[in-house]
Design a protein around this ligand. Structure first.
Ligand SMILES: Nc1ncnc2c1ncn2[C@@H]1O[C@H](COP(=O)(O)OP(=O)(O)OP(=O)(O)O)[C@@H](O)[C@H]1O
Ligand SMILES: O=P(O)(O)OC[C@H]1O[C@H](OP(=O)(O)OP(=O)(O)O)[C@H](O)[C@@H]1O
Ligand SMILES: [Mg+2]
Length: 314
């Protein structure tokens, strides 16, 4: 039995008289796992991701969630074993470069960049070391989990350095005498600081991304992908937006509206027993910062409310 046959059976792929189920790979546990579960919940998928099973069936849509190590997700999508995957762009681009270098298929389509998993891949050196640009790395050894991304950077910078592959605890490599510097993921910088290192070069910026296999899906399954994507767009847009309500003097209305970030066509409503002021409701594409609220107040606005939005469509 081939791997594809095995996984197709395990994943409940279309058999006669049943609708094909959309297969999505996500990280089982780690930095992206909870965010993926929250995103799917927001998109209306009823899932039980609390147990440790490899495969979770969605209860209200023909979707199966496959939970794996994040490193496996790009390959599963590129080989068409699953239809969609959520993975960090760092892992995705590393796999793509490796496959291209070894003449293997590296095709996928990006459906959308997501709003979590933000980090950067950086070269970091001893905090006391002198650094005068990429040429300072010439002739040194750099420990990394991302040899292809690192090599691309070194080639573009015209630097001749070697790398050594470490799958974990990369940040201890210089202290352990395994390498002169490291190339690893950074978010707050706390891990580097705790290990006596400083960031020298950012070589790649990453976020989690939703990708699709290039394998053609049957019409119903592709429609399900489109529907899921629309819902995910709605979840992310809602998170980034706010519903703003305030009372404003009619005379200052234009100035008040110009202060609201990304608010198109606000609703203006009369106020009972008040001819000078109106109520304004608007969806703003960004949150309203205190500075702006204070400026609104200075223009005579009052009862300024900023409310979260749960879902958005259209
Ligand atoms: N400090 C960070 N802040 C934000 N996002 C991060 C951070 N570190 C990693 N990420 C993103 O989250 C992804 C998963 O990170 P995680 O540390 O959970 O991976 P892992 O240990 O390789 O997990 P797995 O067991 O699935 O192989 C990374 O590939 C990256 O895209
Ligand atoms: O700049 P910081 O905010 O300190 O984040 C950076 C650290 O986060 C990631 O590891 P993680 O904590 O996910 O653990 P892991 O090494 O076990 O994957 C990454 O590999 C760094 O070690
Ligand atoms: Mg991993």
């Amino acid at each position: 039995m081939t791997l594809n046959q095995t996984s197709n059976q395990q994943l409940g792929q279309a058999t006669p008289n049943t609708q094909a189920r959309l297969r999505i790979a996500i990280q089982k546990s780690g930095r992206l796992a909870d965010e993926c579960a929250t995103l799917f919940k927001g998109a209306g998928l009823k899932l039980n991701l609390r147990d440790q099973r490899l495969l979770s069936h969605c209860q209200n849509l023909p979707i199966d969630i496959l939970r794996v190590r994040d490193d496996d997700i790009p390959g599963l999508v590129m080989d068409g074993v699953v239809d969609l995957g959520i993975v960090g762009e760092n892992v995705l681009e590393e796999e793509r470069l490796e496959r291209c270098a070894t003449n293997r298929s590296a095709e996928f389509a990006t459906l959308r960049r997501l709003d979590f998993g933000g980090c950067r891949l950086s070269i970091a050196i001893d905090k006391d070391a002198q650094y005068q640009g990429p040429q300072s790395l010439a002739g040194t050894r750099i420990a990394t989990t991302y040899p292809y991304l690192l090599q691309r950077y070194l080639d573009n910078a015209g630097v001749n350095a070697s790398s050594c592959m470490l799958k974990g605890s990369v940040e201890v490599a210089p202290r352990a005498g395994l390498a002169d510097s490291i190339c690893d993921l950074v978010s707050t910088g706390a891990t580097l600081e705790a290990n006596g290192l400083k960031e020298a070069e950012v070589i790649f910026r990453s976020k989690a991304t939703l990708i699709q296999s290039t394998k053609v899906l049957d019409t119903a399954t592709q429609e399900l992908v489109d529907k899921l994507l629309t819902r995910i767009n709605g979840v992310i847009q809602a998170k980034e937006s706010k519903y703003i309500m305030l009372h404003a003097p009619k005379a200052q209305l234009e100035q008040v509206i110009s202060l609201l970030p990304g608010a198109e066509n606000p609703t203006i409503l009369p106020l009972a027993d008040d001819k000078e002021r109106v109520a304004l409701h608007a969806v703003s594409s960004e949150t309203l910062f205190w500075d702006t609220m204070e400026e609104l107040k200075a223009l005579g606005a009052s009862s300024i409310l900023v409310l979260p939005i749960e879902k958005m469509l259209g």
